[in-house]
Design a protein around this ligand. Structure first.
Ligand SMILES: Cc1ncc(COP(=O)(O)O)c(C=O)c1O
Length: 367
C-alpha cells in the first residue's frame, strides 16, 4: 500500500488513551475553580518547570492565549500592536478582537520572522505592544526586539504557537518576552486537540489572566473585570501533560530528520539557515523554491508526499485585512509567500521515509 507523508501528524500511545478513559470514568471534565481542575493545575506546573517561568495559565486555544494576553495588558480600541503579516491570521485577529489595530511589519528573508530593523519606524504614540511570531519554530531575534521594546517602554507578547521547545541562547521560547503564548492544535509538535498556554514572570499579569480565563471571577466568584470562558478542559490538559513528557524525544527525532534532509538537499536548494545560538523545535522544515512551486507540490503529492505552504496569502492581503489597513508594501513577506514550501520531517518519520521524501523532491526539481 502506498504510504502518505503529511507535514504533521499527532502521535499518541496507550498513555493518552488510559488517562482519557480515567477522566471519562471519574466524570470531572472541567472546573470553574479560579486555579482550574486537577489536570490543568498539574500541566501548568509542568510547563512552568519546562520553560523556567514563574506562572503558566492553560487555556482552550492559542488564539485565546493571544487574546487573553492582550486583555491582560489592557489593550483596547485606539491602540496599535506591531505584528508580522507572515503568520497565521490569529496573530492579527486577537488584536482586532480587543478593538486595537494591527500594524503589519515586514520580515527578514533569512528566517521568515519579523525584521527588528523595521519595527522602530512603525512605533507611534498609539503603540501598546509588539507580538513577534517564532514562525516555523525558528526563534525571532529576541535580543533586538526586547531592546526596541524596552527603549519604547512596550511589552512583548511572543506568539509561540509554533515554537514550544525551541531555544534562544540559554532560554526557552515562551520565556523571552513579557508574556509567551503557545498552541496545542493537532498540527503542532505536541497536541491536545485544541489548547494553549500563557507563560509570564509578572505577578499582576498572572492575576489578570486567571480572571480573564474564567468570567472575571475572583476567588469568591465575583466578576471583578471582563473575563470570558477560556478554560482548558481536563481531558485536553491530561493529554497534553503526557505529550509534554515526550516533547524532548519528539524534537530529537525532528532534529535528526531535519539534518538528514538538509544533507540530502544541500547542493540543490536554499535549506533553512540556523545559527549556532538557537535550537529550533523543527515544527516545520521550510525551504524557498524560486520557480515552479505548484508543479513541485503536485508532483510530490502523486508520490504521497504532502508538502504544505504556510502561508500563500500574507495576512495583510486577506480580504478582511486588506480592507482594514489598505494597500501596504511588505516586499519580503510577499516574496516569501510565493516561495515557501514545508516538507514532512515529523516524529513519526524514520530515516528511510526522509530519504524517500528527499528523493521525490530532487526528482521534482529535475523535471
Ligand atoms: C502563529 C500562530 N498563531 C496563533 C495560532 C492560533 O492557535 P490556535 O489554532 O490554537 O488557536 C496559530 C495556530 O494554529 C499559529 O500558527
Amino acid at each position: 500500500m502506498k504510504k502518505n507523508f503529511f507535514v504533521n501528524q499527532p502521535l499518541f500511545d496507550n498513555a493518552e488513551i488510559n488517562v482519557v478513559q480515567k477522566i471519562i470514568q471519574n466524570g470531572l471534565l472541567s472546573s470553574s475553580n479560579i486555579n482550574g481542575g486537577e489536570f490543568v493545575q498539574k500541566f501548568e506546573k509542568q510547563i512552568q518547570k519546562y520553560l523556567h517561568v514563574k506562572h503558566a495559565v492553560a487555556v482552550n486555544s492559542g488564539t485565546s492565549a493571544l487574546f487573553a494576553s492582550l486583555l491582560s495588558l489592557d489593550i483596547k480600541t485606539g491602540d496599535e500592536v506591531i505584528i508580522p503579516s507572515f503568520s497565521f491570521s490569529a496573530t492579527a485577529s486577537a488584536v482586532i478582537a480587543t478593538g486595537a489595530k494591527p500594524v503589519f511589519t515586514d520580515i527578514s528573508p533569512s528566517n521568515f520572522n519579523i525584521d527588528p530593523s523595521k519595527i522602530q519606524k512603525n512605533i507611534s504614540t498609539k503603540t501598546k505592544a509588539i507580538i513577534p511570531v517564532h514562525l516555523y519554530g525558528y526563534p525571532v531575534n529576541m535580543h533586538e526586539i526586547n531592546e526596541i521594546a524596552s527603549s519604547n517602554n512596550l511589552p512583548v507578547i511572543e506568539d509561540g504557537a509554533q515554537s514550544l521547545g525551541s531555544q534562544y541562547y540559554d532560554k526557552m521560547c515562551g520565556a523571552l518576552g513579557t508574556i509567551g503564548c503557545t498552541s496545542f492544535y493537532p498540527t503542532k509538535v505536541i497536541t491536545s486537540g485544541e489548547g494553549g498556554i500563557i507563560s509570564t514572570n509578572d505577578d499582576e499579569i498572572y492575576d489578570n489572566l486567571l480572571k480573564i480565563r474564567n468570567h472575571g471571577f475572583n476567588i469568591n466568584n465575583q466578576t471583578t473585570r471582563l473575563g470570558l470562558n477560556f478554560r482548558m478542559p481536563e481531558i485536553e490538559a491530561s493529554i497534553v501533560s503526557i505529550q509534554l513528557n515526550k516533547l524532548g524525544n519528539f524534537i530529537k527525532i525532528r532534529q535528526r530528520n531535519a539534518k538528514l534532509l538538509s544533507d540530502l538537499l544541500e547542493n540543490y536548494i536554499d535549506i533553512p539557515d540556523i545559527n549556532s545560538n538557537i535550537v529550533p523545535n523543527w515544527y516545520l522544515y521550510t525551504v524557498s523554491v524560486h520557480n515552479n512551486r505548484s508543479y513541485i507540490v503536485n508532483f510530490l503529492k502523486t508520490h504521497g508526499i504532502h508538502s504544505a505552504i504556510y502561508y500563500d496569502t500574507p495576512i495583510h492581503l486577506m480580504p478582511f485585512y486588506s480592507q482594514l489597513v489598505g494597500p501596504i508594501s511588505l516586499p519580503n513577506t510577499e516574496v516569501a509567500a510565493k516561495e515557501v514550501l514545508s516538507l514532512p520531517i515529523h516524529q513519526g518519520l524514520d530515516i528511510v521515509d526522509i530519504e524517500f521524501i528527499a528523493d521525490g523532491f530532487l526528482q521534482a526539481l529535475k523535471n
